[in-house]
Design a protein around this ligand. Structure first.
Ligand code: ADP
Ligand code: MG
Length: 291
């Protein structure tokens, strides 16, 4: 590999908003066979909005007051969406008496002396809360690509809130380009299977790995590598950092967290997933010039 072609390739890529950390990454990127995309903030805009509030045995305001307080101290994008949605309705939020984030599952809080859980089916199952009456509506929302979260108050099912995120306007064409290059494209998320499939379908992605716990993303990448695949992982979150580090090529979205960028080999300054195909193209071109 001549230093001159590497330098030229790095410089040219930088003009496109693709920052290679080192020349070796520019040389290796063309070998990628499989592109794994994080869902939230990578395929989607990562700005979910509150779309549905389904109270059970109380009115909407009462449910939102409790859910808002429970989520107020959470830094999760879903919590931020819920809190913003409640504030938009002109409601004031109170503080929880106690708060605990349960990564990959939801939150547990004490609000006005009541124990509150907000999160996944598994969170409810662990607390032995009966959620059967909620499931049909929950599945319907998920089929529409929404993330529905169950609420329990004092160990009883008390309703549901749902948020929706939209795919980036360029995600579909970017995925198509990768597939046209003969690459396998997979979406990976902690969100449930049904929501994940609905979002993947909108982006033209055929393979989904869903309900991955925050610490499980790196293991999923390892499994693909053990099948002989050369994996590019693309993500934006703190959760994605271990997977970005272990992947053959880690690509961080420049609009994401610093932790992701530190763990990655390449930063894609534009949030646009077209940069993935551009990076692979630049790598191929550099290698050709070297040979
Ligand atoms: P993602 O990879 O989509 O960011 P996470 O692994 O962080 O997902 O979370 C998985 C699931 O756990 C979410 O889809 C949601 O159902 C639930 N969850 C996580 N955090 C919260 C929260 N603060 N409030 C309610 N539900 C949550
Ligand atoms: Mg993300």
């Amino acid at each position: 590999a001549t230093p001159t072609s590497i330098m030229a390739g790095s410089g040219r890529s930088a003009e496109f908003g693709i920052l290679f950390k080192g020349g070796e990454h520019l040389e290796l990127t063309h070998r990628v066979t499989t592109v794994v995309l994080d869902k939230t903030g990578t395929v989607t805009n990562g700005e979910p909005t509150l779309t549905d509030v389904i109270p059970v045995g109380m009115d909407e305001k009462e449910l939102l007051q409790i859910v808002g307080a429970a989520e107020k101290l959470s830094e999760h994008p879903l919590a931020e969406a819920i809190v913003a949605g409640i504030r938009e309705k002109g409601m004031e939020l109170t503080n929880p008496d106690e708060f605990e984030a349960i990564p990959g599952f939801g939150v547990k809080a004490v609000v006005g002396g009541k124990t509150v859980l907000v999160g996944t089916r598994k969170l409810m199952a662990q607390a032995k809360i009966e959620i059967k009456p909620a499931l049909e509506m929950m599945e319907e929302m998920e089929r529409n690509g929404k993330t529905a979260m169950l609420v329990a108050i004092n160990n009883e099912y008390a309703g549901m809130v749902a948020v929706a995120d939209t795919i980036k306007p360029t995600s579909k064409e970017a995925v198509q380009r990768l597939q046209d290059m003969g690459l396998e494209v997979i979406m990976m998320t902690g969100d449930n299977q049904r929501t994940a499939e609905a979002i993947a379908k909108q982006a033209g992605i055929k393979q989904v790995i869903a309900e991955v716990l925050p610490e499980g993303k790196a293991d999923e990448v390892k499994k693909l590598q053990m099948q002989g695949k050369k994996v590019a992982m693309v993500g934006d979150g703190i959760n994605d950092a271990p997977a970005l580090a272990i992947a053959d090529i880690g690509m961080a979205i420049g609009t994401g967290t610093d932790v992701a960028m530190e763990a990655a080999d390449i930063t894609l300054i534009r949030g646009d997933l077209n940069s993935i195909a551009d990076a692979i193209f630049m790598s191929k071109k550099t290698i050709r010039n070297i040979k």
